[in-house]
Design a binder for this molecule. Structure first.
Ligand code: ATP
Ligand code: MG
Length: 225
């Protein structure tokens, strides 16, 4: 962790409240994540896991404190654009895919933002779809897929631009136990193989414990478990 190049996330004394300060969510949070590390944010519903992931991804801004993500500041607009296009992948709890489009069309979206040549997008699509076992589904619309297939597609979409950091918000939350385990196992395998750092929010202890490090989110703070 001493090498700053290896530190993908540095959060310092971050505070966040909603509703004009009435709902205090994060109260002085600190977090460091190194390259290739898989860290679980583990806590009860409403503890602030999504809030912290949203701050890391520049989807919301803190009230106080500083964030550095892949050496950039997610609060600054110019940095945020580069982060989202080049360095970050986000897997949402409810996958956020475009239901009317096919799997292949959904996977084309990240490359449009970066001006990736279509041939390279197609090659990357084929590569990732094969890795997660949805190659036979590329021409199907999202609305016709099972929950597990949708979540595999969401993981592919997050990985299309070869991010260094993946933010995963309850990626198994909408899945049955067996499918959830398969999706989690896949995420871990890809992360370890390609040395992608992952910050994963979960309320399920078994998934948290399968990460390299578990941080309990409680009463506005993070604590190592
Ligand atoms: N935009 C918002 N406006 C008001 N309150 C909010 C907003 N976003 C989150 N909150 C509140 O902040 C608290 C933390 O929410 P957050 O979504 O971060 O929890 P979580 O740990 O992700 O929970 P879950 O496990 O249910 O997804 C909750 O009490 C929630 O109601
Ligand atoms: Mg949440």
């Amino acid at each position: 962790m001493s090498n700053p190049v290896d530190r993908l996330v540095a959060v310092r004394d971050v505070w966040k409240a909603y509703d004009g300060g009435r709902i205090a969510v994060l109260e002085g949070v600190n977090l460091d994540v190194a390259a290739g590390e898989m860290v679980a944010l583990w806590g009860a519903s409403g503890s602030g896991k999504s809030t912290l992931l949203h701050l890391l991804g520049g989807l919301d801004a803190p009230d106080r404190g500083t964030l550095r993500v892949c050496g950039l500041d997610p609060v600054a607009e110019a940095d945020r654009l580069v982060l989202r296009r080049r360095h970050l992948g986000f897997v949402f709890q409810l996958h956020n895919l475009i239901p009317d489009l096919t799997v292949a069309e959904n996977l084309r979206v990240p490359g449009l933002a970066t001006g990736e040549p279509p041939a390279r997008t197609a090659a990357r699509t084929a590569e990732l779809a094969a890795q997660v076992g949805i190659a036979h589904r590329l021409g199907h619309r999202i609305q016709d897929l099972s929950g597990g297939e949708r979540q595999r597609t969401a993981i592919c979409r997050a990985l299309m631009n070869r991010p260094r950091l993946l933010l995963a918000d309850e990626p198994t939350g909408s899945l049955d136990e067996r499918t959830g385990e398969a999706v989690f196992g896949l995420l871990k395998e890809l992360a370890v193989r390609d040395r992608i750092a992952v910050v994963l929010a979960t309320h399920e202890r078994r998934f948290a414990e399968a990460c390299h490090r578990v941080l309990r989110v409680r009463e506005g703070r993070l604590a190592e478990v």
